[in-house]
Design a protein around this ligand. Structure first.
Ligand SMILES: CC(=O)SCCNC(=O)CCNC(=O)[C@H](O)C(C)(C)COP(=O)(O)OP(=O)(O)OC[C@H]1O[C@@H](n2cnc3c(N)ncnc32)[C@H](O)[C@@H]1OP(=O)(O)O
Length: 208
């Protein structure tokens, strides 16, 4: 059985905690700025992630860390900081997801319930493939990306580092999306998108 220390303990973390339990693993507790008012998993508060002494609790327990924060940029900063400090993270893959034997995923990434990752898809570090999302064959998903619930990436789609694909969005096969892009919920992306832009609608048009 693997043990995890969560970093961040609110809505998104509850989904990850549930996946960890369903994998048959467990948590030693969570770090956050303050003790959570809502604690559905009865986890122990381990302290603030900036408190070096509190961080030693991970080393002492031999647990892996898992950053359970939905915001791509905050998640990236914290994962990098903890890896620099010598802590170890791993991926969390919900047992009801389908993860191809020919797909790969980086450390600190999360695949939620019902998601499907098809052959030769490559997912980077610290990514979220959320509930029921589909990542088709040969997709390239960068680091610290969030594919929100129900989004569908057709074959060979590329998504750059730090990008967010909204809930139920659809991306046409072969489309390349740059880094730090936001795609609105329910949008249908039919052509390539350069970095740091927001696109919405069907067909998707540039918002900012
Ligand atoms: C488990 C989870 O919950 S994971 C989280 C999942 N969350 C999501 O998928 C939400 C994704 N976010 C969105 O879709 C947001 O609307 C964003 C980020 C695209 C835009 O947000 P904002 O910058 O605040 O835009 P704002 O709400 O001001 O809307 C600006 C315009 O774009 C339109 N617009 C915004 N989002 C969309 C959308 N998804 N599709 C079509 N049009 C949209 C608005 O209607 C508005 O149009 P108008 O100027 O003609 O009135």
């Amino acid at each position: 059985m693997n043990q995890f220390a969560l970093f961040g303990y609110s809505g998104h973390a509850f989904v990850i905690a549930d996946a960890i339990k369903m994998m048959g693993d467990d948590m030693i507790g969570y770090y956050d700025r303050a003790e959570a008012k809502v604690d559905p998993f009865n986890l122990k508060y381990l302290g603030d992630e900036k408190d070096e002494v509190a961080l030693d609790k991970i080393k002492d327990s031999g647990a892996s860390f898992f950053v359970s924060i939905g915001d791509n940029s905050i998640r990236k900063t914290l994962i990098r900081h903890l890896i620099e400090k010598g802590f170890v993270t791993t991926s969390v893959i919900h047992p009801t997801s389908i993860f191809s034997t020919l797909a790969t995923i980086g450390a600190g990434s999360f695949v939620a319930a019902g998601a499907i990752i098809n052959p030769l898809a490559k997912i980077g570090v610290g990514a979220i493939i959320n509930t029921g999302a589909i990542v088709e064959h040969e997709c390239r998903i960068g680091d610290y990306v969030h594919i929100a619930p129900g989004a569908v990436l057709a074959g060979s789609v590329h998504v750059g580092d730090g990008s967010f694909i909204g809930a139920n969005a659809v991306v046409k096969h072969g489309v390349k999306i740059g880094s730090n892009v936001i795609i609105g919920a329910g949008s249908v992306v039919l052509k390539d998108i350069a970095m740091s832009q927001t696109w919405v609608g069907n067909p998707a048009k540039r918002l900012g």
